[in-house]
Write a protein that binds this ligand. Structure first.
Ligand SMILES: Nc1nc2c(ncn2[C@@H]2O[C@H](COP(=O)(O)OP(=O)(O)O)[C@@H](O)[C@H]2O)c(=O)[nH]1
Ligand SMILES: [Mg+2]
Length: 379
């Protein structure tokens, strides 16, 4: 296919979006460059996972997908995005989205089936752990039990690898040094896991990162506890006890809120006030999910489209360009950058330039949350 030469201004459109998804499927190693993150909704059976999934995505859970998990999309609320839309009145609005993944619930009684279910959970990049606190039960014990299930699953993976490496080390293989180093890297992780501790707080060496890359360690994934309560009351001692374990917690009556959402619009307000419900918690929950990830938001805005993109914190301008389209990364020349706050405050790109707040950045520029970017590229 002939490619146009010269300097091209990259603005995004839906055509780019569909291409980008194909690229991600074909080259999974590029997934760090995507702006869609997959968040697993996890927990025990009956805790309200599918209720949360439906509340946040508007997608009805499909029983046929219960074993493999079901994916839906939730929009990440962002005031800056709303203000950019109000400023540009674009033909198209594309807010940042995260993928929510309703995973099969673990069973408390049937441990054998749990291995397969945990395998599904491994596909998620971060965990929203729904704890049923609406009909008795002990939420703290439930959190402990679930975390233990994650730790034991990781322990099994790490131990299996250690045993494999130890076996290989009895043979006269050429890569013995490498295997020994891998063993050294894995042993402390095994020790920690066998004490029932998660891997959240552990600072990994390069070697440990390398050695565990393919494991998708469950007890290292970002983990948010969502207490699904019977009513609007927050059980502060329970919340504090879970927070003290180092896990962020949110408490919300999600089942009740889904009921409200499904009422005819004219009945919602009355029912919500009778139930003592405040603002719906969807936005609060999605913001908390977003906060536990390591993502930032950058924007591309004009009259055609205002688009919010998600990017891993610490990514450079080329990686940001690649999020928009792989061609932009390949042919990257420079990025023209201003802060959305400046743009909104001053009212136009011209004013931002006049104030000397518009910059040209190269490949190594580390993109900041709230950057407004135009990529110049040549392919
Ligand atoms: N009373 C009450 N029931 C709930 C709540 N959340 C979920 N449920 C009920 O608990 C059962 C299991 O919910 P579901 O979302 O399917 O749980 P999952 O197995 O974790 O997906 C369903 O019958 C729900 O209607 C809640 O907040 N309050
Ligand atoms: Mg379910």
């Amino acid at each position: 296919m002939p490619r146009s030469a010269g300097l091209v201004t990259a603005r995004c459109n839906h055509h780019y979006l569909s291409l980008r998804i194909d690229v991600r499927r074909l080259f999974p190693f590029l997934s760090g460059l995507t702006d869609v993150m997959r968040i697993g909704i996890v927990g025990y059976q009956g805790s309200g996972k599918s209720t949360v999934f439906e509340l946040l995505t508007g997608v009805k859970p499909d029983i046929a997908k219960a074993h493999t998990g079901q994916v839906g999309v939730a929009i990440v609320p962002d005031e800056r995005f709303d203000r950019l839309v109000a400023m540009f009145h674009p033909k198209k609005e594309t807010p940042a989205r995260i993928e929510l993944f309703d995973t099969p619930g673990l069973s408390r009684s049937d441990q054998t089936g749990n291995a397969q279910r945990l395998g599904v959970i491994r596909e998620a990049e971060a965990l929203v752990h729904v704890v049923g606190a609406f009909s008795g039960g002990d939420p703290i014990a439930e959190v402990d039990a679930f975390v233990t299930d994650l730790v034991l699953a990781d322990l099994q993976v790490v131990t299996n690898r250690i045993e494999r490496v130890e076996k290989d080390l009895t043979k006269p293989l050429p890569n013995r040094e490498q295997l020994r180093a891998e063993l050294e890297a894995l042993k402390p992780l095994e020790a920690r896991l066998s004490e029932g501790e998660t891997l959240h707080e552990v600072e990994f060496s390069d070697l440990q990162r390398q050695a565990t890359k393919s494991f998708s360690l469950l007890s290292r994934k970002p983990h948010l506890v969502l207490l699904n309560t019977a009513d609007a009351a927050v059980d502060a001692p329970v919340v504090q006890t879970i927070e003290a374990k180092g896990l962020p917690v949110l408490s919300a009556p999600l089942g009740l809120e889904l009921e409200v959402q499904q009422l005819p619009a004219e009945d919602r307000e009355l029912f919500a006030s009778e139930m003592g419900l405040g603002e719906p918690s969807q936005q609060r929950v999605i913001r908390a999910i977003f906060a536990m990830t390591d993502l930032i938001t950058f924007f591309t805005s004009d009259e055609k489209e205002v688009h919010a993109w998600l990017l891993e914190r610490g990514s450079n301008a080329v990686e940001a360009a690649g999020t928009i389209h792989s061609d932009l990364a390949r042919g990257f020349i420079r990025a023209e950058v201003m802060s959305v706050d400046d743009l909104l405050r001053l009212g136009s790109e011209r004013e931002v330039k006049a104030a000397g707040l518009h910059r040209t950045e190269g490949k190594d520029y580390i993109v900041k949350d709230g950057d407004e970017i135009v990529v110049r590229f040549n392919v």
